[in-house]
Write a new protein. Structure first.
Length: 231
């Protein structure tokens, strides 16, 4: 499904508005870990269920689906197999992003008032604009900018952390200790602990840090598990 361009700031603002709505309903200020399932159910009025979506759609690549007409979010229960809370929570937040950002386009896409059965998220369509937008919304929802900045100052310093080298340099090469790419899992883990982001994966954290400009990667390599193995 084609969707119009949305700026990062607008997506971030919509995620913050959802958090503020939940806070008003709950009567207290929420801090990380962000209770995504509660937000989805209480603020968006959706039902969250877990089931084997590979049987529903005939593919093991389906992560989640949002049914607009029945106000239902379904997460693939196979994600439990990998014991990854971060992936589960991110998928739920991603589906919330679809509801907030894309539901109007789903409802009117046929022009006759009918609705598509579901917005289906798979690993195959992850690079499409609609999926990128939902991913960015999920990042903003789970890792709000203010809490990220506060945690970063506790872990590192006010200035951005600039990564210029893939591996640790010797003292002869660099008398001063400098951060290097192979450290990214530890940087991300320290951020998760300092900010209370216990339901966020290290991979999602390092992506968010780079997006906010708190970590600047100048190595030319991606900061992910694949690049770490190749470094």
């Amino acid at each position: 499904m084609k969707v119009p361009w949305i700026s990062k700031r607008e997506i971030s603002d919509k995620a913050m508005t959802l958090i503020e709505d939940f806070q008003a309903r709950a009567g207290y200020r929420i801090t990380p870990p962000i209770p995504v399932d509660e937000i989805v159910e209480r603020s968006l009025g959706l039902t969250v269920r877990y089931m084997d979506l590979s049987k529903v759609f005939g593919s093991r690549n389906v992560l989640g689906a949002t049914y607009a007409e029945s106000r239902l979010v379904v997460i693939n229960e196979r994600l439990f197999e990998h014991s990854s809370e971060g992936r589960l929570v991110f998928t739920c937040a991603h589906e919330a992003g679809h509801w907030v950002l894309h539901r109007p386009y789903v409802e009117r896409q046929t022009g006759d008032g009918s609705q598509k059965e579901a917005m289906v998220c798979t690993t195959d369509n992850a690079k499409e604009p609609i999926e990128w937008q939902a991913d960015y919304f999920a990042s903003c929802l789970l890792m709000p900018e203010r809490e990220m900045n506060e945690a970063f100052q506790r872990v590192c310093c006010p200035a951005p952390l600039v990564i210029r080298h893939a591996k640790r340099l010797t003292k002869a090469e660099c008398p001063c200790e400098e951060p290097f790419l192979e450290q990214w899992p530890y940087i991300a883990a320290a951020m998760c602990e300092a900010g209370g982001f216990s339901n966020v994966s290290r991979q999602a954290m390092i992506i968010r840090l780079q997006d906010l400009g708190l970590v600047v990667n100048k190595t030319g390599l991606k900061m992910d598990w694949e690049a770490l193995g190749a470094a």
